[in-house]
Write a protein that binds this ligand. Structure first.
Ligand code: NAD
Ligand code: ZN
Ligand code: ZN
Length: 368
């Protein structure tokens, strides 16, 4: 009899996830099996569940692309990781490694790329498969729970900020202060930028101020583009739009300073109007940004090891996934929910188990 695991599965778009037992997958050649310790819940998982985007996942599927866990088994030919290593299984699950994009550090746009929790099963499960060439290597200074949000929300905002090309001392406007945004504020401060945070929720804005935002604006109380222009003396040099709301995109372009760059990261379904004359006459750049490369991942994690960035997390069990989605949909998640796959364990038990797995060698597979 094959061994079973608990998983949360999208059976139909727009319907609650099914919590069920299914077979633990076994790693084929070049693959690894990861025993999940923690998995962050990203708004992208909600888009995936709704089937919001033009390219939809094939049903049924297991979402989750902020999974951190221990390597439980390795397939033949795997040398880059070993059993017991702590790894992250991110959105960029794999890519071809040979195309012009892979060769130039843009593996995120490889035509062969697979996406965790979308085109392949993800981390809302006790075990998941991964490509060892694309896992994040979690530094010793970070726990699984702390690391989880960094491997999507962290890398995406860090890369997006770099893509604005804003320099230390310049203004960045960050639209959306939720899962992505609360990390973006911290990365931006660590990068020496002045931060203007925009949201529609006063609680999120109060938190943005605690995280170091120099100026906050509630987009519900007026035109945030006018408010940003006033606060920054002519507009932000860089704008990062994380809000999953189309209106925020039009407003974000309006916040951009002459010759500034507006980076689009949020992914609400649909299109938004671009005021052509303003963009052309003010020499504004509008740029999409999609997660980040493996090198961006290492850099994004290093900020956290250095104590400059820390995700605010709320731990929940896998069984709460449908209530979490409901709250995320209504903007009721303060920063990031992380699914904790060992809620009953005490810290000392956890580290004892980790040590056991880490030293178990090939024996770890038998524990499955
Ligand atoms: P979240 O729900 O945690 O946070 C969204 C925040 O936006 C909330 O604080 C909400 O109050 C705020 N908001 C909503 N409407 C707004 C508006 N009109 N103006 C300003 N703020 C507004 O979501 P998240 O996990 O941070 O994800 C955000 C978006 O980023 C999603 O669309 C997700 O799919 C996308 N995403 C993109 C990438 C990428 O690589 N480009 C990676 C991860 C997530
Ligand atoms: Zn994500
Ligand atoms: Zn490629």
């Amino acid at each position: 009899m094959p061994l079973k695991m608990h998983a949360a599965v999208v059976e139909q778009f727009g319907k609650p996830l099914e919590l069920r037992e299914q077979n633990i997958p076994s790693p084929g050649p070049g693959q690894i099996l990861v025993k999940t310790e923690a998995c962050g819940v990203c708004h992208t998982d909600l888009h995936a569940m709704h089937g919001d985007w033009p390219v939809k996942p094939t049903l049924p599927f297991i979402p989750g692309h902020e999974a951190i866990g221990l390597v439980a088994a390795v397939g033949s030919g795997v040398t880059i990781v070993k059993e017991g290593d702590r790894v992250g299984v991110p959105w960029l699950y794999s890519a071809c490694g040979h195309c012009e994009y892979c060769l130039t550090g843009w593996e995120t746009v490889c035509a062969q790329a697979q996406f965790g929790g979308y085109t392949v099963n993800g981390g809302f499960a006790e075990y998941l498969l991964a490509d060892p060439n694309f896992v994040a290597h979690i530094p010793a200074g970070l726990t699984a729970m702390e690391a989880a949000p960094l491997i999507c929300a962290g890398i995406t905002t860090y890369k997006g900020l770099k893509q604005t090309e804003a320099r230390p001392g310049e203004w960045i406007a960050i639209s959306g202060a939720g899962g992505l945004g609360h990390l973006a504020i911290q990365y931006a401060k660590a990068m020496g930028l002045l931060v203007c945070a925009i949201d529609i929720d006063d609680g999120k804005l109060a938190h943005a101020t605690r995280l170091g935002a120099d100026f906050v604006i509630n987009a519900k109380t007026g035109d945030p583009a006018i408010a940003v222009k006033k606060a920054t003396g002519g507009g932000a040099h860089g704008v990062l739009i994380t809000a999953p709301s189309l209106i925020a995109f039009k407003q974000g372009v309006g916040m951009t300073r002459k010759r500034g760059t507006c980076v689009l990261v949020g992914l609400p379904p649909g299109e938004f109007p671009v005021p052509l004359f303003d963009v052309v006459a003010n020499c504004i750049t509008i740029r999409g940004s999609f997660v980040g490369s493996r090198q961006d991942m290492a850099e994004a994690l290093a900020f956290a090891v250095g104590g400059k960035v820390k995700a605010d997390i709320e731990l929940q069990p896998l069984s709460a996934i449908n209530q979490i989605f409901e709250r995320l949909e209504h903007g009721d998640v303060p920063s990031r929910v992380v699914l904790d796959f060992a809620p009953a364990k005490t810290k000392s038990q956890e580290s004892a188990a980790d040590r056991q797995l880490a030293t178990a060698g090939s024996g770890a597979t038998k524990a499955l």
